[in-house]
Design a binder for this molecule. Sequence first.
Ligand SMILES: [Zn+2]
Length: 408
Amino acid sequence: MDINGDRLWRFLDEVNEFGSLESGGVERLAWTEAEIAARGWLAERCKTEGLDVDFDEAGNVWAFSGERPAVMLGSHLDTVPNGGRFDGALGIVSALETLLTARESKVSGWDRLGLLCFTDEEGVRFGLGMTGSRALSGDIEPDEVRAATTSSGVRLSDELAAAGFDAENIGSVASRRNDVRAYLEVHVEQGRRLERAGVAAGIVTGIVGLSHWRIEVAGEANHAGTTMADDRRDALIPVAAAALEAQNVMRATDGLVATVGEAEVTNGATNIVPGHARATLDVRSLDEHLIDEANERIMAAARTAAEANGCELRIIETKRLHPAPMASPVLDAMRAAASDLDVDVPEMPSMAGHDAMTLSKGNVECGMVFVRSEAGISHSPKERSSQEDCVAGANLLATAALRLAAGL
Ligand SMILES: [Zn+2]
């Protein structure tokens, strides 16, 4: 079965009319008019096609071809500010297109497919992120929703209420896991690995874990002219050592990235030896042991530099997300699908978070297909994938989903 590539592309154009920008990008922040309208479009579109459609209390859109539980295909329709046309939207239109073509072709498993559109994946407005999939995983309390506000004080619970949903009842979403046999998602890669490999699509083996640290260094502020090398307690040096070691570790470790993304000299000036510095460290890998090893090496470099420079060092882990490997039965179905389609599909971890990460932790069997991103650009109006590549990704999704659905 081949999906209808022209219809897929039309759906993408249709949904991207909501929140479209003159720059060529789109902006549909969660629970804004444009994002609500895009989800409304999706629900209407599914109803028109005769699918069985409803919303849960988190505002997630559900649509079924027939029986439940079903193999659910989906993504999200919210975007970052000044975002692109593919992140999220491609997964939704691929899901819709798969359901329609499968039903038209009456291939085995067509009536065990569903579509799932999650709300607030990006987490830009309310500082939560993956809110819809967390609700489905049973990993969010009404308290957290009640406390979530935008920077200007708009409450998420009010936005939900205005759209007819009850934040107090968000716990009810978790019972919908009974409708989900597995969750599969097509998403743009948002990196350059597929482009480098010269292939249209790839299979995601898992979503990396991450570790965030805050580094604080206390040295001694002093005159930059009169304080000689031996007399200095320069607080920036341990931060610099951490940044350099992060690069060394990353270059030496396959599938790991490490970044000192914020570094600041407190009350710094051109003519002052830094007296106090702070920085952050972000380390990601699919292998948690590699994360721990990288942390140790980077912190050891900072510690050595702190001792050599008479500085005090404080390092605190501020966030830890465990890696989320994709489910073996789904990976097997995707590999078999690649073989059915006679395409060469590389396997790779996802370096960014997705709803599939949250759902895996909620014991849903998940899998993802990546589609080549031109120049690796995402979260930008310049985000682009060719129609050919999107069709290749959707066909891999469809073939894998039907293999799973036919076995139900
Ligand atoms: Zn996304």
